[in-house]
Design a protein around this ligand. Structure first.
Ligand SMILES: Nc1ncnc2c1ncn2[C@@H]1O[C@H](COP(=O)(O)OP(=O)(O)O)[C@@H](O)[C@H]1O
Ligand SMILES: [Mg+2]
Length: 240
């Protein structure tokens, strides 16, 4: 039989078509995104950049299925996910997508290892398997000796690396990060960005991150520039 996959052009990992987002604040409309169209190929590492208030976080939330655009569509792997039920979208987020936030968003009562395996536990599976995977992922982000620590016993940079390990636990196709280094000093920020770059280069995970810091954006292979909620330039290739 012909191997069909070889003849097929792989669909973009993410395709946003004509995406707009308007927030309603009482009687005031805030137009946060206007008609943004963007493709991210599988295996890319893309940085969304622009000034504060330019719509970076809003765009990331649309691309990552945390929010729904006011108009326009989002496709993942060639499938339009805009119209899916909230339940289907939640299942997709848990199984296929990983998230890293500026504030780490770890659960304070849980150990590093428990924080990492929580999304795997939610997906089901054997405890022994996801515990082993969490330990391996923590090892991979250089925190093999911090498994039993709680978030408050870890530095900001260490907490963010726990968050990266958590984002990877269900083997996502895409990891999204919103200003992952904004709360960190430049040394820890660099370690976090190097960790993100490794998961892109070594594991083949597609990475889309937001940053306004040139120290971070140089880790991307491509920059997407936003201004007042619109893409202002063709994506820029970055020398790396
Ligand atoms: N939940 C919200 N309700 C109303 N306005 C919002 C909301 N979130 C963001 N905005 C507005 O949308 C614009 C873009 O915000 P945001 O995407 O957070 O920008 P950035 O991440 O680039 O700083 C800003 O004018 C902001 O005030
Ligand atoms: Mg933001």
């Amino acid at each position: 039989m012909e191997p069909a996959a070889i003849a097929t052009v792989a669909p973009a990992a993410i395709r946003a078509s004509g995406v707009s987002k308007t927030y309603q604040l009482g009687s005031i409309e805030v137009r946060a995104l206007h008609d943004v169209s963007l493709e991210v190929a599988a295996g890319e590492m893309v940085c969304i950049t622009g000034k504060s208030g330019s719509g970076k976080s809003t765009l990331l939330r649309q691309l990552s299925l945390i929010d729904r655009p006011s108009s326009g569509t989002i496709e993942l792997d060639g499938v339009d996910v805009s119209g899916l039920s909230e339940r289907r979208r939640a299942a997709l987020r848990l199984a296929r997508l990983g998230y890293v936030f500026q504030e780490y968003a770890l659960i304070p009562e849980l150990t590093a290892e428990e924080n990492v395996f929580l999304p795997a536990m939610m997906l089901g599976g054997r405890r022994a398997d996801y515990r082993a995977r969490a330990a391996q992922l923590l090892e991979g982000v250089g925190l093999g000796d911090r498994r039993r620590h709680r978030p408050k016993e870890l530095s900001g940079g260490e907490q963010q690396r726990v968050a990266i390990a958590r984002a990877l636990v269900n083997t996502p196709a895409i990891v999204y990060a919103d200003e992952p280094t904004a709360n960190l000093d430049s040394v820890s920020g660099n370690v976090v960005m190097e960790t993100m770059q490794r998961l892109n280069r070594d594991l083949g995970v597609t990475v889309v991150f937001v940053s306004h810091d040139p120290d971070d954006s140089r880790f991307a292979r491509r920059l997407v520039l936003l201004h007042d909620g619109a893409l202002i330039a063709e994506p820029v290739e970055v020398e790396s």
